[in-house]
Design a binder for this molecule. Structure first.
Ligand code: BYC
Length: 351
């Protein structure tokens, strides 16, 4: 039996004749550790090389593939923020379901708001493939530790706002999200394909509402113009801070999560809207909007990015109201979650 070194200063006395054997064991253990470390490093290099090759070849990373921790974290952040946006985004329009002008309009709006709930669910499911649970993400939102899109912190004051959300907000969402169908992470890219198809319907229904109003009475036309005036700049701000101030763009583009920068997408959106506004017979509220022959794009006034930062930090017109409503709905839905879990448990036990 070996004594601990601290119990004696005399090594020979303590270890006696076991010293050569002990040294051999230590040496063997060290060699085994070194070999294991070398194997791990080689495997990690292999995995990292595979990850890099997949990104370079424009193929998809799948949930069981090795990925850098920061890639995983970035995806969880973006997909969760996107999912929360879809769920909180139900509120401004949900506000008008009972007040939509006709039964048909109510039915269409109800279906649209339900679609947004569905988008939230696909996205939470995509995030779960990265090793987080939907419950954890919802808790982070409710604790104010994850964000949702700034746009949903603005109020819907008239029926025309529902049209402006469909045309501008869903329009901006499409411009931003179509490139995400080619995102390097498979489950997110696949979720985006279906979401984009549905967003296209949403954009058309918003355009149709505004078209009807802008070709109606003078009061209806004024209501449509008022809504476009209020939603234009917040919609431009949805694309995020300008490229120079965007924390994540460079890395996310290198990983092919984002395919275009915030400013590139914002420009595309402006160019698309100018022509559509012409068809609507409405004016975009920017006196400096004009075609730039050299750039082959429209020059336009940037949104107020200080306002964007204030809204992101929780100080927009409706932030408090949106979060209070979400927390209340979450609490009121507790019995549904409990019942669903109890039912699932019973079915598992029966099986
Ligand atoms: N609002 O480095 P950056 C919808 C944050 S749903 C709030 O450029 P990134 C719809 C950003 O998170 C619409 N926060 O970031 C639903 C970052 O903060 P953290 C939602 C914003 O990620 C219902 C910081 O600012 N769409 O369309 O490279 C009805 C620096 O920004 C915003 C998506 O989520 C903002 N607007 O680029 C109708 C699409 N902008 O996280 C319609 C997926 C920036 O470091 N997401 N921030 O604390 C994306 O494409 C990108 O995440 C963004 C931002 C372009 C939004």
């Amino acid at each position: 039996m070996l004594a601990k070194p601290s119990e004696s200063c005399n090594t020979v006395e303590v270890y006696g004749n076991d010293i050569p054997g002990l040294l051999g064991e230590v040496e063997a253990a060290e060699t085994a550790l070194r070999e294991a470390a070398a194997r791990d490093t080689e495997a990690a290099h292999g995995e990292a090389a595979y990850f890099d090759a997949v990104i370079k070849a424009d193929q998809k990373i799948e949930p069981r593939d090795w990925m850098p921790d920061s890639y995983r974290k970035t995806l969880i952040r973006q997909i969760a923020q996107h999912a929360h946006s879809e769920i909180i985004g139900m509120q401004p329009e949900g506000n008008w379901i009972s007040r939509a002008p006709t039964l048909k309009r109510k039915a269409i709006l109800l279906a649209k708001v339900q679609d947004e709930a569905g988008h939230g669910l696909y996205l939470y499911a995509a995030a779960e493939t990265l090793g987080v649970s939907r419950d954890e993400l919802v808790e982070l939102l409710l604790a104010g530790r994850q964000k949702y899109s700034s746009i949903f912190n603005y109020p819907t004051l008239t029926w025309a706002d529902v049209g402006a959300i469909g045309w501008l907000v869903d329009g901006a969402a499409i411009v931003n999200q179509v490139p995400l169908c080619r995102c390097s992470y498979g489950p997110y890219a696949r979720a985006m394909i279906r979401i984009c198809k549905e967003e296209s319907f949403h954009q058309r229904q918003g355009f149709e509402i505004l078209h009807t109003l802008s070709h109606g009475t003078e009061a209806q036309r004024a209501m449509a113009q008022g809504a476009v005036d209020r939603w234009w700049y917040p919609s431009l701000a949805m694309f995020g801070p300008p490229d120079a101030d965007s924390t994540h763009s460079a890395q996310s583009m290198a990983w092919k999560i984002k395919r275009f920068s915030n400013d590139e997408l914002r420009q595309r959106f402006v160019d698309m809207c100018v022509q559509q506004a012409g068809v609507l017979g409405l004016t975009l509220p920017d006196p400096d909007l004009r075609w730039n022959e050299e750039r082959q794009a429209y020059d336009y006034t940037q949104p107020d990015y200080d306002e964007l930062m204030r809204v992101i930090k929780g100080d927009g017109p409706c932030n408090r109201q949106r979060m209070a409503h979400r927390r209340r709905s979450h609490d009121e839905g507790a019995w549904v979650r409990e019942a669903a879990a109890a039912y699932a448990k019973k079915r598992a036990a029966d099986a």
